[in-house]
Design a protein around this ligand. Structure first.
Ligand SMILES: N[C@@H](CCC(=O)N[C@@H](CS)C(=O)NCC(=O)O)C(=O)O
Length: 264
């Protein structure tokens, strides 16, 4: 049995869910409690989610998982042919950098209102909140999160710029055309990476983030990007390449939204 250890709202985990779904591979999701996750994950998985257990193999990190899955299962998303493969892999690595910038901008903005990040966690991880307990617990956790993700104002501003630059790069790579894939003429790991990691900001219909309310600093960035072709491109990937494939891979689960919120 294949198991994906995950946080339901993590965009890195969404990248791996999409990766598995695009290959039509069935898997069970196990939601791990943030904060306690290093102790709950399989040994030698690296300490962050996603982690995939596939029979006897344990692989951590969404890029390492993508390489493992491509070596083992079709259709190829990384190396369909020499020319495309090189491009899909290098674009995955470059565009994938945006993942941590998205985390910084969103977590940084949430932490401005004490308790907001905790409420978001509570949505999907009631156990985490029971363990946290008091207001003091919440304050300690939020301070630890701020340190862990380097959420000072300088890094947050740099991350905001990096996100806008990534959208510009996406537009250059696709010639402002929402119908164009990043590498060759079909979906590759580069598309999955960009569309999932920018997902929390774009909030495409059917995504785990579509009905979340972000704090003002995030809404400002969303407004700034709203009319950009790069954002239309992200929505197009979700509308055209996500739902149909997911349902095909997991027919009993219906839409990706329902499937993602397994712990609700
Ligand atoms: N490069 C890693 C990043 C994974 C990552 O940062 N995951 C976050 C969840 S969004 C996490 O596990 N954070 C908890 C921690 O860093 O301890 C990947 O692509 O899998």
């Amino acid at each position: 049995m294949r198991i994906l250890y995950q946080f339901p709202l993590s965009h890195f985990c969404e990248k791996t869910r999409w990766n598995l779904d695009a290959k039509g591979l069935a898997y069970r999701r196990v939601d791990v409690v943030p904060g306690l996750h290093p102790a709950l994950l399989p040994l030698a998985s690296g300490g962050t989610v996603p982690v995939l257990r596939d029979g006897g193999r344990v692989v951590g990190d969404s890029s390492a998982i993508a390489r493992y899955l491509d070596d083992r299962y079709g259709p190829p998303l990384l190396v369909p042919d020499r020319e495309r493969g090189g491009r899909a892999a290098s674009l995955e690595a470059e565009l994938g950098q945006v993942g941590r910038h998205v985390v910084r901008v969103i977590y940084g903005a949430l932490l401005e209102a004490p308790g907001a990040l905790t409420r978001l966690l509570m949505r999907t991880h009631p156990t985490a909140m029971r363990l946290l307990g008091t207001g003091l617990g919440v304050a300690l956790v939020e301070r630890a999160v701020a340190r862990h993700y380097q959420l000072d104002s300088g890094s947050r501003a740099a991350s905001r710029t990096a996100i806008v630059d990534t959208v510009t790069r996406l537009e250059r790579e696709t010639a402002d055309d929402p119908g164009q894939y990043l590498s060759g003429d079909q979906l590759s790991i580069a598309d999955i990476t960009a569309a999932s990691l920018l997902g929390p900001l774009v909030k495409p219909a059917g995504s785990p983030w579509s009905d979340l309310d972000w704090p003002p600093a995030v809404v400002d960035l969303q407004r700034e990007l709203a009319d950009r072709p790069g954002v239309a491109w992200v929505r197009a990937r979700w509308a055209w390449d996500r739902e149909a494939r997911h349902v095909a891979a997991n027919p009993s689960e219906g839409s990706p939204r329902r499937a993602v919120f397994t712990s609700e």
